[in-house]
Design a protein around this ligand. Structure first.
Ligand code: SF4
Length: 675
């Protein structure tokens, strides 16, 4: 049924599977069948590492099988609905109803309507409460699930934290239940839910109830079933070295984002940027052994045929021994350099989100380029720059985030103007012509001076470029700030849409006549909806479902995003943007995610929020006394780093001089066993 319609839609290669690394698992009654889903297109979803890791781990188990699915684009969905074709796996084109579990990776709030649409297309009722014993169990993991309340009504279970171990435990918990069901024993869907609730790191929304006061304000979210724990703790894999996945990274047959070998070098980040949810919720730092990184890179390149590898993490220049690893990779691809190779072409060119590192030897060039997608300005100046001598490259991205030093103290991204200028000077002098700079607007305490500081930085960067090139260019990308759960900014009332638009306008006017500076911005209307979802509660399920029923899918895509659909849906539910996104939260207020734990103490986050307002910075706790945020102590894990010596740069190295930064050190006693 599917094959006849594929030639009629755009990009059918999205749906055919058969990639190098794809699996054709053997299903059976003794195996829990997982359909791993990404609620966006194949191009966005295929490179997702979390999904690929689970795909392999589950297929290695005797009690599980896993296949993949992505959101069908609107043209295919229309035909599927017209022809009665259900959601299917790309691996074997098996219908979703043949699986036991439909598990989503959620990394962006604007995909929530796609999630609902995919559940519906799978043939299951969109609301978990309406599902029967034979319907799919719908689960989700990923960063968005640290506040799953807006989508709780659609999900049977939610996973917090690293998936490697918990996916196996969920399979084990469901295997017995499935066997009993297949055998016709009188098991219920509730039995499956209580079994899932018994797995650490798994939250089963149906077993909890929000409690509100007389005014309708949330007081707490409490378990209503003895099987459900009061507090659901995230999962943390202590030793990444035990999980060298993906071993068989998928090689797509069609164009996708990040089309290169990706090797994760560590998880967690303790730089402490206050806007960054990923940094907070993935603590503590766990590095992969350098030797394992080298092996994964060498074997991955050989198997896939890629000539580019990205070393991924939240801040890859912080990886102990990054220069040794990069040097070894580059040397492994060295060959004599042809005389006519020029800048910006051929092997060694980097993607614009990373740094291409070429061969270090005179007369040699490397066939392999290395991207470091999260490269800090400060670390670039002192560490990596020395490695970069001969690569041809097209673009380089830095993320100062704030336009002034004051702003960067508030957000704890302690990079001075001089750090940035030093980094771009190094880059321009070594052959780069184009820079990208990422900033946020709408940050707490931001003034127009801070916003306009972005224009000043961009202008100065171009000026530095002119010392080295005739036509240097800088692209300034500006995103509106969305406060996220489990960060110190979770209490902050987001800037209104109009205020974000005004700030973008300020920048546009300021840069209107600047040659060489191009301004791009994330749509403040989309930022507003992200803000509503980010800290929303269970009342939002009706809004999400309403938007989906009115055709609002692919809201991540600007050509499909429709603010009015969201505003109408909110109004129909009696909800307002003011209350959900623009309102400051108070210290004693119950938050919709208080029954979940990312390991961080709420009082640490509150103190860090006060420190932000006082413009006080916190140093990286990898190298300083512990602040007792809770991330290590709660799990009995310490940071796993290969070197006891801090990397050069940042708040510990070439960053601002300590005298210039009010830094709080060891404000609280270090508890026994803390990292
Ligand atoms: S518990 Fe201490 S060492 Fe661990 S992440 Fe938190 S502040 Fe850092």
């Amino acid at each position: 049924m599917l094959e006849p319609i594929l030639p009629l839609v755009s990009k059918p290669a999205r749906y055919i599977g058969g990639e190098d690394g794809a699996q054709v698992p053997e299903h059976g009654p003794g195996r829990v069948a997982w359909l791993l889903a990404y609620p966006d297109t194949y191009e966005i979803g295929l490179p997702n590492q979390g999904l690929q890791i689970l795909y392999e781990i589950l297929n290695e188990r005797p009690d599980a099988v896993a296949e993949r699915t992505y959101a069908p684009w609107t043209d295919l969905e229309e035909r599927m609905r017209a022809e009665g074709v259900p959601l299917f796996s790309v691996d074997t084109h098996r219908p979703a109803a043949d699986f036991d579990v439909l598990a989503f990776n959620l990394s962006a709030e604007l995909t929530y309507t796609n999630l609902v649409g995919m559940i519906d297309l799978a043939g299951a009722p969109v609301r978990a409460a309406d599902r029967a014993i034979d319907d799919l169990l719908v689960g989700a993991g990923g960063h968005c699930t640290y506040n799953p309340e807006p989508i709780a009504a659609f999900l049977d279970f939610v996973v917090l934290g690293d998936g490697e171990e918990v996916a196996g435990e969920i399979s084990a918990a469901l295997a017995g239940w499935k066997a009993a069901r297949v055998a016709g024993d009188p098991v219920t869907r509730h039995d499956a839910l209580t079994a899932l609730a018994g797995v650490t790191g798994v939250y089963v929304p149906a077993l909890y109830q929000p409690v509100t006061d007389a005014e309708g304000r949330l007081v707490a979210t409490r378990p209503i079933d003895p099987a459900a724990p009061e507090l659901v703790e995230k999962r943390t894999v202590a030793d990444l070295g035990q999980w060298p996945y993906p071993r068989q990274q998928l090689v797509p047959l069609t164009e996708v984002v990040h089309d290169r070998l990706n090797v994760e070098v560590f998880r967690g980040c303790t730089r402490g940027c206050r806007f960054c949810q990923a940094g907070m919720i993935t603590r503590p730092v766990r590095e992969r052994p350098a030797e394992q990184v080298r092996t994964m890179v060498a074997e991955g390149l050989r198997r896939t045929g890629y000539d580019e590898v990205a070393l991924t993490s939240l801040s890859t220049a912080d990886f102990s021994g990054v220069e040794d690893v990069v040097g070894a990779i580059v040397r492994s691809g060295e060959r004599p350099a042809p005389a006519d190779e020029g800048e910006g072409q051929g092997p060694g060119s980097s993607l614009d989100c990373g740094a291409g590192l070429g061969g270090p030897g005179a007369g040699l060039a490397s066939d392999i380029s290395v991207s470091l997608p999260s490269l800090r300005v400060d670390a670039f100046t002192v560490g990596i720059a020395a490695e970069i001598q001969r690569a041809r490259r097209t673009g380089l991205t830095f993320a100062p985030e704030g336009g002034t030093w004051r702003m960067r103290q508030v957000i704890n991204k302690l990079i001075s103007d001089d750090d940035l200028y030093g980094a771009v000077e190094s880059a321009y002098s070594q052959g780069w012509r184009r820079m990208k700079l990422y900033f946020l607007v709408g940050l707490p305490t931001e003034t127009d001076e801070d916003t306009l500081g972005i224009a000043t930085l961009a202008r100065n960067v171009v000026e530095i470029g002119r010392r080295h090139h005739k036509n240097p260019s800088v692209t300034v990308s500006v995103g509106g700030f969305v406060p996220k759960p489990f960060t110190p900014f979770q209490w902050f009332g987001q800037n209104t849409r109009q205020e974000l638009e005004r700030k973008v306008g300020l920048l546009r006017d300021a840069l209107r006549r600047d040659r060489g500076v191009q301004l791009k911005w994330h749509d403040p209307r989309a930022t507003t909806v992200e803000g509503i979802m980010s800290r929303g509660d269970r009342r939002l399920a009706a809004v999400i479902e309403d938007v989906w029923r009115h055709g609002g899918t692919f809201q991540e895509w600007s050509e499909h995003f429709d603010l009015q659909l969201w505003l109408d849906a909110l109004e129909r539910q009696g909800l307002t943007v003011e209350e959900l996104a623009y309102r400051h939260r108070t210290e004693d207020e119950a938050l919709p995610w208080d029954h979940l734990s990312a390991g961080l103490h709420k009082d640490f986050l509150w103190q860090d929020w006060r420190d932000a307002l006082a413009e006080v910075g916190l140093e990286d706790c990898r190298w300083t006394p512990c602040y007792d945020c809770g991330a290590c102590t709660g799990y009995g894990i310490e940071h796993v780093v290969a070197s006891a010596v801090p990397p050069a740069g940042g708040s510990q190295g070439t960053g601002p001089s300590p005298a210039a930064v009010p830094v709080a050190l060891g404000r609280r006693p270090v508890p026994a066993g803390a990292g």
